[in-house]
Design a binder for this molecule. Structure first.
Ligand code: ZN
Length: 281
């Protein structure tokens, strides 16, 4: 017992308290850390009651609805995705878009509805340049505090705005601040959306410089990763050309999130990694 609680405390200390530049405070734990934490808590409780950890491992794995954090790509192809959350700032958007164009990279932009209200021309431009448009809620509300109707209003309100400008309705949804519970994930899926988290956080909103982002991102990169960036930060637009070059030099190619994931498949392991629909993990 003591040993397990010690491990839990260590995991908690290892998490970083942070937030998106556009969001609320949240614990920025990775899917793997989250799963370990859930498993450790469940295993500790169950070990005390039943004297075994196996039961808890099974229960913890099956009870939680997880978004897609990353993807086990077919034949382990070195494909990854670049996602950009758009909530407040757009002053760096021309530079961001030029950097992506110069590199020939198609990214996935996750829009908050209020951003779409303020910058419809920016959304249109991003669409015209061939990037993927995705939904990041209408007002960036904390979905874990809402009922199903409230969650639906947040999701569909944003899609209505994107569709009004581009004529197309997004099929990808990312929870505000990455905060979710079963109701949020299940409601989004019931509405027909793929729920997308991320596996590599650039922390660009914290004004990390290029060397700091390189150190954070490059050593841990693996195929099927989904990278998180934001619009309206200090260094992202300037850092992207170098980061993209370095990542491509490692053998990776960028595809939009919609081309990375397996559509309509909830074959997702406890770390949030999605596998091919008929494969075991
Ligand atoms: Zn956000």
């Amino acid at each position: 017992m003591n040993h397990s609680w010690q491990a839990i405390k260590q995991k908690l200390r290892g998490t970083q308290q942070t937030r998106e530049n556009d969001g609320f405070l949240y614990y920025n734990i990775t899917g793997r850390q989250l799963s370990l934490l859930i498993l450790l808590v469940a295993a500790t409780i169950t070990a005390g009651i039943f004297g075994t950890q196996q039961l808890a491992l099974h229960a913890a794995a099956s009870d939680k609805s997880l978004p897609i954090y990353s993807v086990e790509t077919e034949d382990q192809q070195k494909r990854i995705s670049l996602g950009i959350n758009c909530a407040w700032g757009s002053s760096d958007m021309p530079a961001l878009l030029d950097a992506l164009d110069d590199a020939g990279v198609k990214a996935t932009f996750f829009f908050v509805g209020s951003f779409v209200d303020r910058y419809p021309d920016v959304v249109e431009e991003i669409d015209e340049r061939g990037h993927e448009l995705a939904n990041h809620s209408d007002t960036h509300a904390d979905l874990t505090t809402l009922d199903a109707a409230g969650i639906e209003a947040e999701i569909e309100g944003c899609s209505d705005k994107i569709e009004a400008i581009t004529g197309e309705r997004p099929t990808l949804f990312r929870c505000p601040s990455g905060a979710y519970n079963n109701l949020a994930v299940d409601t989004a899926r019931d509405l027909g959306y793929e729920v997308i988290q991320w596996s590599v956080d650039s922390l660009d909103w914290k004004s990390l410089t290029l060397p700091e982002m390189e150190e954070r991102i490059l050593p841990n990169l693996t195929y099927g990763d989904i990278l998180l960036f934001h619009s309206g930060t200090d260094y992202t637009a300037a850092a992207l050309p170098t980061l993209i070059d370095e990542i491509e030099a490692m053998g990776y190619s960028f595809v939009p999130v919609g081309e990375l994931i397996y559509p309509n498949s909830e074959n997702i392991d406890v770390t949030g990694r999605q596998f091919a629909p008929d494969s075991a993990f």
